[in-house]
Design a protein around this ligand. Structure first.
Ligand SMILES: Cc1cc2nc3c(=O)[nH]c(=O)nc-3n(C[C@H](O)[C@H](O)[C@H](O)COP(=O)(O)OP(=O)(O)OC[C@H]3O[C@@H](n4cnc5c(N)ncnc54)[C@H](O)[C@@H]3O)c2cc1C
Length: 461
């Protein structure tokens, strides 16, 4: 048995649901969204639940989608506070939410359905189907009946999160411009608990706190996120690479040890506990192929410094759905990668460039190690950077502030090298190729530099 759609979206997380919604809203095409979860569980995910405000505002402006409703918000966030092992703190102001991902995700999937998207829950995508260097659909297993089937489409959008099931099952020889797999070293492992205090209220209302601890390999941290006055979302994460592979396995133990400095286990009850993994590498430099796009975690769209991936997934979802609908206009055929290329340019302009720069910055943080993290962050503190710029800027501006700072202060030769590389990346990424033809040569110069600074090579001091 086989079926045919114009667009198939794999995954009903933030990237998938917004891709499907955007494509359906902007066109009359038949759009199918597939997820392995039951309909009622779509949107639910082990997460820190922080969502920066700019992404829902972006969706409101572009699509008229209402930002998280009061009933979907556990707390509003006004600042992010970093704490170093020496107990110094650095604050960045910024608006956001701690949301109930399940409720917000359910509203979005229902909106997508109302916009005309066909939703197929409890269907697991097994692999990509390809023909003549085009992605032509997917093979799926119906988890209710156990039956396998093939579903064809003109465009397939992979939003399957860390699984990247469509991309990683593409045959190598047919898609030379697309990276197929993620290295294990480019992933972070995490463990988190939702806890309720037995007595009193916590002091983290309207704040999210990131705490660097000696026992958590950098750039990993312990997070304490508010979830109303008595509840907290707390957890730790760290990269899984050759330098700390064994530590990543012991996350729960490390978490217990680190968190008891704030609360001891007898002070709270655990409502939910789980672990998960997340890609923390720079974004795919190319995220399209003939008849194919990918967005969200599946395309490494997570911020490598803070590990926030929800907002980039929503933004990338919009651009993927928009591009898919645009590329199909006036054509009966599956679009070539040339017609989808604009998606790469949009992603690079919106957050891709910043994420690449933050990757370098994060790598430097690891190289310096916990003992020097204070001086690194202090570079931008109110006293030293003048006018409290860090307080006014989002953290994605950290690399630019670093470059500004280095122009006026004596810094080490390693930091001079980092400054040069940050400036190079900024300039290089501003010249992202206009067509796929120019991509292989463009990539050749940038990729080795980014790989050198990628999480698999993060070294701890
Ligand atoms: C512990 C933890 C804490 C985090 N904290 C934060 C935070 O505080 N703020 C933040 O912004 N980000 C955070 N993130 C990152 C954030 O959760 C992700 O970046 C975001 O969910 C990515 O959205 P997505 O749509 O790309 O993927 P996902 O949300 O992972 O959705 C993927 C979907 O694809 C479906 N799927 C997967 N494989 C298949 C298959 N074979 N067939 C069918 N369906 C499939 C899944 O069921 C799922 O519904 C955190 C991540 C973790 C692990």
């Amino acid at each position: 048995m086989s079926e045919e759609f114009d667009i198939i979206v794999v995954g009903g997380g933030p990237a998938g649901v917004i891709s499907a919604y955007t494509a359906a809203k902007k066109s009359d095409y038949r759009v199918l969204l597939i997820d392995a979860k039951e309909m009622e569980l779509i949107g639910k995910k082990t997460c820190g639940d922080a969502l920066v405000q700019y992404a829902p505002l972006f969706l409101k402006e572009k699509l008229g989608l209402t930002p998280p409703l009061e009933s979907e918000i556990n707390d509003t966030v006004r600042c992010l506070v970093f704490q170093t092992p020496d107990n110094d703190t650095f604050q960045i102001n910024g608006d956001g939410f701690i949301i109930d991902r399940h409720k917000y995700g359910q509203r979005l999937i229902n909106e997508a359905q109302k916009a005309g998207v066909e939703i197929r829950p409890r269907h697991k995508v097994l692999r990509a189907l390809t023909h003549n260097n085009f992605v032509i659909g997917i093979e799926v297993k119906d988890l209710n009946t156990g039956k396998k089937m093939q579903i064809y489409s003109k465009i397939t959008i992979d939003c399957s999160g860390r699984n990247h099931v469509v991309r990683r099952t593409l045959p190598n020889d047919q898609f030379p411009l697309l990276e197929k797999t993620l290295q294990q070293g480019d992933m972070a492992a995490s463990y988190r608990e939702i806890i309720r205090l037995k007595e009193g209220e916590h002091e983290y209302l309207h704040m999210i706190k990131v705490i660097y601890e000696l026992e958590i390999p950098l750039p990993g941290y312990l997070w304490i996120f508010t979830k109303g006055s008595k509840m907290l979302n707390v957890g730790i994460g760290c990269p899984i690479n050759q330098h700390n592979g064994s530590k990543a396995k012991d996350l729960k133990k490390i978490f217990r040890k680190a968190f008891k400095k704030w609360y001891t286990p007898n002070q709270y009850e655990i409502i939910h506990a789980a672990g998960y993994t997340i890609p923390i590498r720079y974004p795919l430099l190319n995220a399209v192929a003939n008849g194919f796009l990918t967005a969200g975690d599946a395309a490494c769209h997570v911020n490598p410094f803070t590990v926030e991936g929800h907002a980039p997934a929503l933004i990338a979802g919009y651009y993927a759905g928009y591009q898919a609908a645009k590329a199909l206009e006036g054509s009966e055929k599956s679009p070539s990668m040339e017609l989808l290329w604009e998606y790469n340019i949009n992603i690079m302009n919106y957050f891709g460039k910043q994420h690449c720069r933050l990757q370098l910055y994060t790598s430097e943080l690891c190289r310096l190690g916990h003992r020097k993290i204070n001086s690194f962050l202090k570079l931008f503190s109110e006293k030293e950077a003048s006018n409290g710029e860090l307080k006014k800027n989002q953290y994605h501006e950290l690399p630019s502030m670093f470059v500004q700072f280095s122009k006026h202060h004596a810094i080490s030769s390693d930091m001079i090298r980092l400054t040069k590389n940050l400036l190079f990346i900024e300039k290089y990424l501003s010249n992202y190729p206009k067509t796929p033809k120019d991509f292989p040569i463009w990539r050749m110069r940038l990729e080795p530099l980014l790989k050198k600074y990628s999480p698999s090579n993060f070294k701890q001091n």
